[in-house]
Design a protein around this ligand. Structure first.
Ligand code: SF4
Length: 390
């Protein structure tokens, strides 16, 4: 460890982490500029162990559902949104959403992750009715829904304040907000990649309001497009500051940018090196976050597995039906079976933990007894069969 740390003059940062001292923005920038990935990763792994106090890595059995890809905005980086005139636009009825949830509950999901575009005409009642109908299927099903910009859109639709909108969505069954839409906070970058989208202040204020109502959420950063490394630090700084204030974020999910099928000219999208370093710096800098997720959809499962040694302690979920990153060119599969996630975690020398939406453990799989292995592979087979016939 000392060998790695000494090598490239990162000793002072390592000492701060060991002492439980917060690293500065300048420290974070030095780490992001460092070519010594293994030294940065070693510090991040130390920070992870210190924060979590264990050697576990979690995953969730979840399903993504997009209720619609129609959107009134046209963010330059987005490959998902469609206009009403487009042949491949879609919107699901509430019974169709319920059917997707029913199928997924049959294979043991604990969470539905639901987002869509900013639909031009669906009424506010569509969203509250959808949440109510989904909760009726199983009150234990956790509904993680909507990005901050969707909440602003719904507030505008319903002609209510953001707070009142969130109160009504919560009463209808909303358990958690998603973290999507943060992109990069700096105004100049936002205007290049997501003109017309909410400002950083609005994103943070939606989450702040939700946290004050007792809600919890995740947050994200879309990296590897036109932003500078200093912009990434500025983004992390604003998330850390809000977390100091509310303690409402349960995890941070860095998202690697995918350049296909959109309007941003990016010649050097994130490499594996850049992704591992970004995850590692996130773990070291965000000292008030319990969990850092390696999002396999954007990274590939192989790199997400390696990220478990670079500060990440979570692999996200089975997902089942991912559209947003795949429409932007992600080559990863659209799902992971539970067996594949367990294998990736165990091979990385970590104990797998099935978690819920709030990263709370559901099952700690210390060993893999035969019965458990059989149950998991049966679930994985059901998942594969289900998809083959979907
Ligand atoms: S990123 Fe979201 S808000 Fe922007 S165009 Fe795509 S779906 Fe619409």
């Amino acid at each position: 460890m000392d060998f790695f740390i000494q090598r490239n003059g990162l000793r002072d940062i390592y000492d701060k982490v060991v002492a439980g001292e917060r690293i500065s923005d300048a420290d974070a920038l030095r780490l992001l500029e460092s070519k010594d990935l293994n030294a940065v990763g070693a510090i991040a792994d130390f920070a992870r162990q210190k924060r979590t106090g264990n050697n576990r890595a979690s995953y969730i059995i979840n399903r993504y559902v997009n209720y619609s890809n129609y959107c009134i905005l046209s963010c330059q980086f987005c490959s998902f949104a469609r206009k009403k005139r487009d042949a491949d636009g879609f919107e699901l009825t509430i019974p169709q959403m319920v059917e997707k949830a029913r199928e997924a509950l049959a294979i043991g999901i604990t969470e539905l992750h639901i987002v869509g575009g900013l639909h031009p005409s669906l009424p506010f009642s569509y969203y509250t009715d959808m949440l109510r109908e989904l909760k009726k299927l199983d009150s234990r099903l956790q509904l993680k829904c909507f990005t901050a910009i969707e909440i602003l859109h719904l507030a505008w639709l319903a002609k209510k304040s953001v707070e009142q909108t969130l109160i009504e969505l919560k009463a209808a069954g909303l358990d958690s907000l998603t973290g999507g839409g943060a992109e990069i906070f700096r105004k100049e970058v936002r205007s290049q990649i997501a003109k017309g989208k909410e400002s950083a202040e609005e994103y943070l204020d939606v989450h702040r309001t939700w946290h004050r109502l007792g809600g919890r959420s995740t947050c994200t950063m879309l990296y590897g497009h036109v932003e500078s490394l200093a912009d990434r630090v500025d983004h992390l700084r604003q998330l850390r500051a809000l977390q100091d204030e509310t303690r409402g974020f349960v995890g941070f999910v860095p998202l690697a940018y995918h350049p296909e099928d959109n309007d941003i000219p990016v010649t050097h999208p994130p490499t594996g090196f850049d992704s591992l370093r970004t995850i590692a710096v996130s773990r070291i800098y965000l000292d008030n976050f319990d969990h850092i997720t390696a999002y396999w959809v954007g990274l590939s499962m192989k790199l997400a597995q390696v990220a478990l040694s670079y500060g990440a302690d979570d692999l996200h979920g089975t997902i089942i039906e991912e559209h947003i990153f795949h429409m932007a060119g992600a080559k990863s599969p659209q799902l992971q079976t539970e067996a594949a996630m367990l294998k990736a975690i165990r091979e990385a020398g970590r104990t797998p933990v099935q978690r819920n939406t709030f990263y709370e453990p559901i099952r700690i799989l210390e060993t893999a007894p035969a019965a458990e292995a059989t149950e998991t592979s049966a679930r994985s087979k059901m998942l594969e069969d289900n998809l083959a016939t979907a």
